[in-house]
Write a protein that binds this ligand. Structure first.
Ligand SMILES: [Zn+2]
Length: 324
């Protein structure tokens, strides 16, 4: 995929002629915004395991997008408690580990607040974020710091390590978001994708088109996010994959292909597909990083670091991390 952002009007035209918007949601201001509750047909039946009461219960609040990226307002009624726990104790843990450093940098507030990163020992380094303010405590051990600062402390290079994660579990978390938000008639196209999602094993990969991620310098406001689900128009003139999930949260923008074996026969063909990157309106400037994202791996990834350079407008320096 081409991930440059220069040709945003060409990219916009590409998406308009090939895709339909099947779902869109923006959480902008949690204090004023009512919950959006996604409902399915009655009687209630779980979209993921296909079971209904009394076989399964629907007592817990099922977040259509994980709470850890800040979702408070997008809820689904067709996810049973069993499946909710299956996702929460499985793939979403991997997603949490994978996304933690950038959730910290983007100020994403999960159930337990904004994540903190810290080194080992009581006098180790520590990075915290409150609102728009970063607190970086260097710690006593100079050898063990995941950051370097310019002399005036305005430019900080961070090399943050992700907790161990399985890439395909992260991909499945994105797929689960897409399957959660799509309307019933669209969900009918994704039976094989649902089976793959629910298979706790790592085999049976679905063929996937490229995914992309961007890091931008300016974070979306705390706790806000935007999500779009696009599926191919019946009259799409270009040879393109069937479905994409677009997610904007914090300093991250994602474009994730949602595999759909029922409609993706063209993707499997040999000729390469030409895709344009989604023209995020707020990612046309200050892009720190733009790249294809490969989440196909099934082995646990440990010790992966991501490097980000920050330029701060205001910096306060305290001696040795002591509190005033
Ligand atoms: Zn279920």
């Amino acid at each position: 995929m081409c991930t440059e952002t220069e040709n945003s009007s060409e990219a916009a035209a590409f998406y308009v002629r090939n895709y339909r918007l099947r779902f869109t949601f923006k959480q902008a201001d949690v204090s004023k915004q009512p919950k959006r509750i996604l409902r399915g047909p009655e009687p209630r039946r779980c979209r993921f395991c296909g079971r209904g009461a009394p076989e399964v219960t629907f007592r817990d609040v099922a977040h259509a997008v994980p709470e850890l990226i800040g979702n408070r307002r997008l809820i689904s009624e067709y996810e049973c408690d069993t499946c909710n726990r299956f996702f929460g104790s499985g793939i979403e843990n991997h997603f949490g580990n994978w996304s933690k450093p950038l959730r910290l940098l983007g100020g994403r507030r999960g159930k337990n607040g904004i994540p903190t990163l810290k080194g080992s020992g009581p006098s180790g380094w520590r990075i915290e974020r409150t609102g728009n303010r970063f607190e970086i405590i260097a710690g006593a051990n100079e050898e063990d710091r995941p950051f370097t600062a310019s002399e005036d402390h305005r430019v900080i290079n961070l090399a943050l390590t992700r907790d161990p994660y399985e890439p395909v579990a992260v991909l499945k978390t994105f797929v689960k978001m897409a399957l959660s938000v799509m309307p019933d008639d669209e969900f009918a196209n994704f039976g094989e994708t649902r089976d793959w999602l629910m298979d706790a094993g790592t085999g049976g990969q679905l063929i996937q088109a490229p995914c992309a991620e961007w890091l931008v310098a300016t974070s979306t406001p705390a706790d806000s996010f935007t999500l779009h689900l696009l599926t191919r128009r019946p009259d799409a003139p270009d040879r393109v994959p069937y479905a994409f999930l677009m997610l904007s949260c914090g300093i991250q923008r994602f474009q994730v292909n949602i595999p759909c074996p029922a409609h993706d026969d063209l993707v499997a063909a040999e000729a390469p597909i030409r895709l344009l990157a989604f023209p995020w309106p707020d990612a046309t400037e200050d892009v720190l990083h733009a790249a294809e994202m490969d989440l196909s791996g099934t082995e646990l990834v440990t010790g992966e670091t991501i490097s980000v350079t920050y330029r701060f407008e205001t910096v306060e320096v305290r001696e040795n991390g002591q509190n005033p």
